[in-house]
Design a protein around this ligand. Structure first.
Ligand code: GDP
Length: 197
């Protein structure tokens, strides 16, 4: 799939404020600073569609983008950043969990994982939560350019291995870099299948 058009549609603070369900949706989520905004910009071939922020945890709303006038890309707030105030965190958490568990037009979640790090408990727990809610997801490893090929391979394998101990089926995974644009074709190919399927 080539992205020919990408337009910001709206930001919603909660599920009730989201646009009427219509077009199929693919949502992107991950720990703050995982490289989500960079990945979205890379997929869309845009410098500044999603805001790459210097302040981790700054994106707090459900941001809808209309892609190729045929699907919505939904940029969800980053999780796991401690400087976000507790009260705010709960509100965001509620909005995201309502959206993920109740949004009828949501087809799949791209869960971003920082390929540089050892498996993070918060990411593994989030996978477990998605599986228990029967919410379809794929793993998107980010920042692959930052590692040697051997280290990248072992980090991905370790994450998948730990996940396998928690959940029955291994989700599909993609390895990406927003810097050298690797993984773009594969991930967009998957998105195409999902939105057309
Ligand atoms: P977000 O908070 O998840 O939206 O993360 P951002 O997209 O704002 O990225 C966080 C930081 O990681 C920024 O300094 C980016 O330039 C950097 N970054 C993101 N993706 C990559 C990548 O693929 N490779 C490299 N080398 N740096 C990246």
């Amino acid at each position: 799939m080539k992205i020919k058009s990408a337009k910001f549609l709206t930001s919603a603070p909660d599920l009730q404020s989201c646009p009427e369900p219509g077009l199929p949706e693919i949502a992107f989520i991950g720990r703050s600073n995982v490289g989500k905004s960079s990945l979205i910009n890379m997929l869309a071939n845009r410098a500044n569609l999603a805001k790459v922020s210097a302040t981790p945890g700054a994106t707090r709303l459900l941001n809808f983008f209309t892609m190729n006038e045929s699907w919505y890309l939904v940029d969800l707030p980053g999780y796991g950043y401690s400087k976000v105030k507790q009260a705010n965190r709960e509100q965001f958490h509620q909005a995201v969990s309502d959206y993920l568990s109740q949004r009828v037009s949501l087809r799949c979640i791209c869960l971003l994982i920082d390929s540089r790090l050892p498996p993070q408990k918060i990411d593994l727990e989030f996978c477990d939560w998605l599986v228990s809610g029967e919410i379809p997801f794929v793993l998107v490893f980010t920042k692959a350019d930052k590692l040697k090929a051997s280290k990248l391979k072992s980090n991905v394998a370790t994450f998948l291995q730990q996940l396998e101990e928690m959940i029955p089926n291994e989700p599909p995974h993609f390895i990406t870099s927003s810097k050298d644009r690797s993984g773009q074709r594969e991930l967009l190919g998957f998105v195409e299948e999902v939105v057309n399927g």
